[in-house]
Design a protein around this ligand. Sequence first.
Ligand code: DGJ
Length: 690
Amino acid sequence: MTYQRWTLRTANTSYTVRLSPDGPWAELDAWGPLGVEDGPSALDWSRRTHFITPADAAPAEYLPYGLRPFTGSELVVRGPGEDRGVWWEFDGAEESDGGLRLAFTDEVTGLRTVLCYETVPGTDVILRWTEFTATAELRLERLDSAAVNIPVTGAARLTYLAGQWSQEFQRTQVDLPRGTFTIGSLQSVPGHAYAPWLAVQDGEAAQSAYGVALEWPGNWHITAEAEPGGTVRVRAGRVPHEGAVHLAPGETLATPRLACAFSPDGLDGLSRVWHRYERRLSGDRLHRPRKVLYNSWEATGFDVEAAGQLELAKVAADIGAELFVVDDGWFTGRADDTGGLGDWYPDPEAFPQGFDRFVADVRALGLDFGLWVEPEAVSPGSRLHAEHPEWVYRVDGRPARLVRNQLLLDLGRTDVQDFVIGTLDRLLGAHDIGYLKWDMNRPPTERGRPGAGPADLVDLDAEHVAGYLRVLDHLRAAHPDVTVEGCAGGGGRIEHATLVRTDVVWPSDNTAPLDRLRVQHGFLHAHAPHVMSSWVTDAPGIFDPRPRSLAFRFVNAMCGVLGIGADLRAWTPEQRAEAARWIARYKEVRDVVHHGEARLLGTPDDPTCGVQYDAGDRTVVAALSTGRLDGAPLLPGRPARLRLRGLDPAARYRDTATGTSYGGAHLLHHGLPFAWSAEHDADLVVLRRL
Ligand code: DGJ
């Protein structure tokens, strides 16, 4: 049988879509390494669909409820006559260089749906999204971005990144023999509970891995279902908070983009596909060196005052930091977390000689200067709230709940966006600020905008997203030299729409060494090292008390963008000298860490794990001992070993610090040796290929 087929090709993969022989829909023919489409489709199935329809079992790319009645659809439409369902016909294909658009039209509802595909040059990522145009008013109760199909022979192995505040990005796995698996958020941000990211493999032992990541900083879901045709079908998209999104006649609505990735090299290879994609998202800004940051939040909390901050800045500069960031607590009314948000003016009591004098003093130490803001937040007692109570999300006649003692501005409103843009322009224009940390510490609870018309006609979630992105876009355009850090009480808002508009993100408030290791291990499955902000903080810290050396904390933080958040005033001269050595070492290797190919070596469940970075003739290995600290090796007399990957077995590699050289085959087969002891629980090895 011949089908109409289209193949999209990325650097190393092909993705072939065909028109189904069984009905008016597109379905997956093949997805995998280049050339995988050359043969009978591995997704073909028996077509015995007793009790269900062919559409229910097909590896369909996108199907509406109506055509696909039983097994889960991507689109649920309520038409003018209140009837639900769409039965469409194929309405043509448009192919372009690296792109494809497949159109389907339903005459009864007047809905035209276009499935859009775009390859991302230099990566193995295909972007998918869907566009809708209507001739009559329609309500879209479900409007997923796309569905992807992965053929499986048994239970699929799903890997996802789950957690909660201070425990984000925990790599978690589940097998799905039958049934439905869902992750998502209704918090108007991606949330701490799940990253909008999923990897699917054909069982635990599969060599290859497929992945999706949703570009949407609002409500979302990713759902994987074991399908009757022998596939796992993953549907992903935004979740209409008000129950439905209205589509007006003549209007075109585009869903968020779903990035789809494949690697023949399992989860580790898949992580490198995402890293490459995120390096591309950073564009030219990738090549701006990420400065070694000092942030005073953990040292001084809300007790920000010029003298104490300068004392910290002085030590930070002495040990080699390049940037000093004043976090929460610098503005009027912010003695603690009950006040001040919204009134973004430096507190004159904290800066008695003026804020600009303080910034100049920091800069005179040779440091760049950064500031924390939480632009969407407002304290109930602030002047801003007194002047504009209508700017806050609220439901008429209902009490507004406080979370972290604060309310949330309705950033979907243009006047609120203009206020935020005006505030940021004022701060960045008036003061010499090179770095901005954008935080958000509460989701919207009473989600309403009184006076805006029937609640179900307002798409508050998408409007908040649009406002957030508008402000970030403005920052990029109006203040291109300002580095932006994305943060939401830790890692509550990390996804590709944020990453393309920021320079670094803050994965978690938890910086305790072993906890952080686990957070970063999960994070690096989905995100690139050059966006991963990480601080060295004091031990034992406020979270996990398990002890680790200063070296461990540095090596761990050097796996991404190094920062320091400890109270340096209390550090001994020896600690400061050691910190200075680590920072100097980091500066020598950060280009490899940020621009090289990263490989996760083992997991935090192993007694030794690490990350390997390769660029040019250099290999950097961050090695961390998670095991016992009594100095006893796992096997008496034998050092721990960390097997490297991706090296040339026939080449030789020299440790640039010790001069020891190793054959590639040795490093691949036996690994680098580490004689861990009570004092020596982490190391950074730089190898040069000879
Ligand atoms: C939450 C952030 O994640 C922290 O790093 C810090 O900025 C606090 N907010 C300040 O309130």
